[in-house]
Design a protein around this ligand. Sequence first.
Ligand SMILES: CC(C)(COP(=O)(O)OP(=O)(O)OC[C@H]1O[C@@H](n2cnc3c(N)ncnc32)[C@H](O)[C@@H]1OP(=O)(O)O)[C@@H](O)C(=O)NCCC(=O)NCCS
Length: 236
Amino acid sequence: MSSTGRIEVTSMLMTLSGPSTRAWSHLDARLPDGGAVVLRPLRPGETEALEAVFDGLSPRSRRQRYLTSMPRLPGYARRVLANVDARDHVAWLALVAGRPAGICRYVRTGRDTAELAFEVVDAEQGRGVGSVLVDAVTTVARASGVEWLEVVVEPDNAASVVLLTRLGIRLHLNDGLLEGRGRLRPLDPPSGVDRGAVRAAAIQHAGAIEDDEVAGGSGHEASKPREARDAELAPT
Ligand SMILES: CC(C)(COP(=O)(O)OP(=O)(O)OC[C@H]1O[C@@H](n2cnc3c(N)ncnc32)[C@H](O)[C@@H]1OP(=O)(O)O)[C@@H](O)C(=O)NCCC(=O)NCCS
């Protein structure tokens, strides 16, 4: 257990897979209750993990996440949500016992502004999974030049209000929804996730996406040269 008492990143694992020599990063971590969780960036086009997390959300959690009743995840939504590029659309996945347990993402809406969204399957809520995901993704966002975050949540979404307040986002009621925009700051108190390891994993992930494209892999957008992406993600 780390000094924060929340979570400890115990190692960084690499796996090799796919058509090129890309290496995808994982952070192997421990939750406050002693459970293990693996964090990693979502890969371009990885819709299976999205569906697995969606399947684990109750109707209430789906409504809280998508702000509408969402009995199923339509194909177009799956494609959009899986169209990550390691720059303007970044999503990280949490796995518990090898199963997808949660996702947090940011989508850039301006040069230095992004929208944040997250969800954790109901069976794993309240264990700290949301905190480590939000900590990891906001770490990547800050390293990528995101300075402002925007969010919209339902007023009765207490867990989200807790997390967003810890990011420094002030929420106000507008047309029945809580809207917020705030200067992005690190999650406080921190979840204990090793932010340096998160940044390193994000850099490696961006490189893996690029390698995949060079090898004729995903065909997803990730147009920046690797050096430019690495510079953007380097610790400041
Ligand atoms: C929001 C959500 C991701 C939080 O995930 P989680 O894994 O349960 O979060 P954590 O366990 O890290 O808890 C975060 C904090 O919220 C608090 N919290 C959780 N549920 C709460 C509740 N019902 N009331 C008050 N606080 C609550 C936790 O106690 C924790 O604070 P702590 O660190 O002081 O204990 C999860 O509830 C969820 O998926 N909700 C549905 C989707 C959603 O609302 N998305 C947000 C809109 S994009």
